[in-house]
Design a protein around this ligand. Structure first.
Ligand code: ZN
Length: 189
């Protein structure tokens, strides 16, 4: 496993649409090694998710995990999930404003996400999964799927809410965490 360099906003690779991984290719060492590197890179950076495109590999693979994350202490736990060719559909029209960050972007800010999703993906053993995700975890799923289509948070964030992490901590963290914690309890995420 290797910690890979994470591309930053401005790198053209972050703007391409990542290609599907064929079922036949999932077991290839190059794909399995890439998945190991993604897990290592995400954990090293304290990310809650990372897409392969963020390490310069434009294929539709992403990983997510939240376990007492110091970067996002308000996020509910997500078991380690490796999602190949991930998709989602919103279950209803409900949305929530989330203050999001990204390992490829030095700023964070507020954007709108669907609250209730049905997601589908194939795991690293080639097994298909379908599940319902809600709240912040659904937001993380949408964030990683955006990466696979070359979309970054800066495309969705209300520009007037952009802040550095330092200013987020100073001015916005407490009210956001209070609101989102109440919200998570209510949606039962
Ligand atoms: Zn991101």
């Amino acid at each position: 496993m290797t910690v890979r360099r994470i591309l930053s906003v401005g790198d053209p690779t972050l703007r391409v649409r990542a290609g599907e991984v064929t079922r036949h290719n999932i077991s290839l060492p190059a794909v399995q090694d890439l998945i190991d590197d993604l897990i290592d890179t995400m954990r090293h950076a304290n990310g809650s998710g990372i897409a392969a495109i963020q390490v310069g590999e434009p294929v539709r693979i992403m990983v997510m995990e939240v376990d007492n994350n110091p970067r996002y202490p308000y996020k509910p736990p997500i078991p380690l999930t490796v999602a190949i060719n991930p998709e989602y559909e919103a279950l209803d029209d409900r949305t929530v404003i989330i203050n999001e960050g990204c390992l490829s972007v030095p700023l964070r800010g507020e954007l709108e996400r669907h609250v209730n999703l049905r997601v589908r993906y194939t795991d690293r053993d080639g097994i298909d999964h379908e599940q319902v995700l809600r709240g912040l975890t659904a937001g993380t799923w949408q964030h990683e799927c955006d990466h696979l289509d070359g979309v970054l948070v800066v495309d969705r964030i209300d520009p007037r809410t952009l802040s550095t992490w330092e200013e987020f901590d100073r001015h916005h963290r407490d009210p956001f965490v209070e609101r989102i914690t109440r919200f998570e309890a209510e949606v039962g995420a």
